[in-house]
Design a protein around this ligand. Structure first.
Ligand SMILES: [Zn+2]
Length: 296
């Protein structure tokens, strides 16, 4: 079984009407984005590529055809594979053909982008501390168990403005920028702001959104300068919990997604602390408590 045996065109077409844009990669198609419902040609997909995929130029949703069906139907990976007729055994044994991992090269966002992003993050940080947004603050302190000191130290903020588009020029970009409502998580590394991630309110189609122009990396990577054990988790909030509760014992990092942080620079950064201590991987803090006696 191969990706080419899946009728990806039909899968993508289930949720939006596609028109052919170019002949690139066996056919590049566009339509209204089924995630953010914006535009008529900002959602792109390539059903005939070696690994069929999609990308929305407005809301940044992207992935392969498995991810697409998972998101659209709220399915687990296993259920999505079932739906597409992919044999999980073949998949796990590597017999299922797919494009191999390709390292992505990160670039520091432009000065214009960083200036705008820093202003936005600062404004949202101030808002979070205002009494009228005490509910947003309560979410972080009560549900995420973060102290006000942690929230302040790591610059978390809240954007109460409803989802909207901003002209790209304001951010030094050609594409317009989709700015959703939600918690703002700034990713800093070596004095630069690399990424602004927004945790959207419950009920949004995608839980997290990277502002256009953000680059991936590892969250809290500045901590890599410290010696000692490292704990890698997926979510930024989990990493902050570890920093808050066990920062003196262990250095937390977050990938910000299941395939985040796979850039050569960050992988080589990770090899640095390996000389001092170990690296633990965890999907959530709950599983960390089982594998890491230091934290429990
Ligand atoms: Zn979209």
């Amino acid at each position: 079984m191969q990706f080419t045996q899946i009728d990806s065109f039909n899968i993508f077409s289930r949720y939006t009407r596609l028109t052919r844009k170019t002949r690139r990669d066996g056919g590049e198609f566009c339509g209204m984005c089924p995630f953010c419902q914006q535009g008529t040609d900002r959602f792109l997909c390539w059903p005939y590529r070696e690994r069929p995929g999609y990308l929305c130029r407005v809301c940044n949703q992207s992935g392969d055809v498995i991810h697409y069906i998972m998101e659209m139907e709220s399915l687990s990976f296993r259920a999505a594979c079932d739906e597409l007729g992919i044999d999980l055994d073949e998949w796990q044994n590597g017999k299922f053909s797919h494009a191999s991992y390709k390292p992505r090269t990160p670039t520091i966002p432009s000065e214009t982008w960083q200036k705008r992003a820093i202003e936005f993050a600062k404004r949202c940080k101030d808002i979070l501390w205002q009494p009228e947004y005490s509910q947003a603050m309560a979410y972080l302190t009560e549900q995420r168990c973060l102290t006000s000191e942690t929230i302040d130290r790591f610059g978390l903020g809240y954007n109460p403005q409803p989802d909207h588009m901003e002209p790209g020029a304001l951010w030094g970009l050609e594409e317009s920028v989709f700015v959703p409502q939600g918690f703002v998580i700034p990713w800093q590394f070596e004095g630069n702001l690399w990424r602004l991630k927004i945790r959207r309110p419950k009920g949004s189609r995608s839980k997290y959104h990277d502002l256009e122009g953000s680059f991936e990396g590892l969250y809290l990577a500045d901590g890599l300068n410290k010696a000692g054990d490292i704990l890698i988790v997926e979510s930024e909030f989990d990493a902050l919990c570890v920093a808050q509760e066990a920062g003196a014992l262990i250095t937390p990092l977050a990938t910000g997604g299941t395939d985040g942080g796979q850039t050569p620079d960050y992988i080589s950064l990770l090899s640095r602390p390996l000389r001092f201590g170990g690296v633990l991987l965890a999907r959530s803090v709950a599983s960390v408590l089982q594998v890491c006696p230091l934290v429990s």
